[in-house]
Design a protein around this ligand. Structure first.
Ligand SMILES: O=P(O)(O)OC[C@H]1O[C@H](OP(=O)(O)OP(=O)(O)O)[C@H](O)[C@@H]1O
Ligand SMILES: Nc1ncnc2[nH]cnc12
Length: 186
C-alpha cells in the first residue's frame, strides 16, 4: 500500500504539522524528527492511533509489535484500540526470561534488539509499528526476530518515512511481500 492510501491528505497535513525538525541532533548532520509536539496534541495523537489500529485490522494482525522506545508510544495504544495484544521489542538486556537477539545499524550508531521467545502463539500475524523509518535497519531486524520467534509478518506501519535514506528499498526483501504503510513521507 502507498502512503496516499494509508492516510488522507487531511490526516497527513495534521501529522506532519506536528513533527518538529531538530538540526544536528543527536549528532552533527542528522535532522532529528521530533514527534513530541504530535504526542502533546490529543486530536493529532488520537487520529494517529486510529489510523494505525485501522491498518492492524486491514492486514488481519493478531499482535502488534512496538519498537523501543518511541515505537512503544504509538504501538501500545494502537494494539489496544484494535483489540489485539501488544508485544515489546526492546533494546538488549531489558527483557526477562528467554529472549532472541538481533544486531543492526541505524542512522547514528549500532544497536541490538530482543524479543521474548514465548511472545507469539502459533499462527500469530504481526504488525510492526514504529515512529520513523530511516535506513530501515531497526524494522528489518524486528522482522527477522518475529520470524525466528515463529510468527508471520502481517506488515510494517510507520508514522514517518525518511525516503532519502532508502529504508523502503532496504526493507523490501525482509518484508517478502508484506505491506509497508507510511502515514507521512518526506
Ligand atoms: O530505520 P532506522 O535507521 O533503523 O531508524 C529508525 C529507528 O530509529 C529510532 O529509534 P532509536 O534507535 O533512535 O531509539 P529510540 O526510539 O529509543 O529513540 C526510531 O524510533 C526508529 O526505531
Ligand atoms: N532523523 C531521525 N529522526 C528521528 N528518528 C530517527 N531515527 C533514525 N533517524 C531519525
Amino acid at each position: 500500500m502507498t502512503t496516499t492510501e494509508a492516510a488522507s491528505a487531511e490526516l497527513r497535513e495534521l501529522l506532519l504539522g506536528r513533527i518538529r525538525d531538530v538540526p544536528d541532533y543527536p549528532q552533527p548532520g542528522v535532522v532529528f524528527k521530533d514527534i513530541t509536539p504530535l504526542l502533546a496534541d490529543p486530536a493529532a495523537f488520537g487520529a494517529l492511533v486510529d489510523a494505525l489500529a485501522a491498518l492492524a485490522d486491514r492486514h488481519g494482525a493478531t499482535k502488534v509489535v512496538g519498537l523501543e522506545a518511541r515505537g512503544f508510544i504509538l504501538a501500545a495504544p494502537a494494539a489496544a484500540r484494535a483489540g489485539i495484544g501488544f508485544v515489546p521489542v526492546r533494546k538488549a538486556g531489558k527483557l526477562p526470561g528467554k529472549t532472541l537477539a538481533q544486531s543492526y545499524e541505524l542512522e547514528y550508531g549500532t544497536a541490538e534488539i530482543e524479543v521474548q521467545t514465548d511472545a507469539f502463539a502459533a499462527g500469530d500475524r504481526v504488525l510492526v509499528i514504529d515512529d520513523v523509518l530511516a535506513t530501515g535497519g531497526t524494522a528489518e531486524a524486528s522482522l527477522e526476530l518475529i520470524r525466528r520467534a515463529g510468527a508471520t509478518v502481517a506488515g510494517v506501519a510507520v508514522l514517518l518515512e525518511l525516503g532519502f535514506l532508502g529504508g523502503r528499498e532496504r526493507l523490501a526483501p525482509a518484508l517478502d511481500g508484506a505491506p509497508l504503510d507510511t502515514l507521512v513521507a518526506v
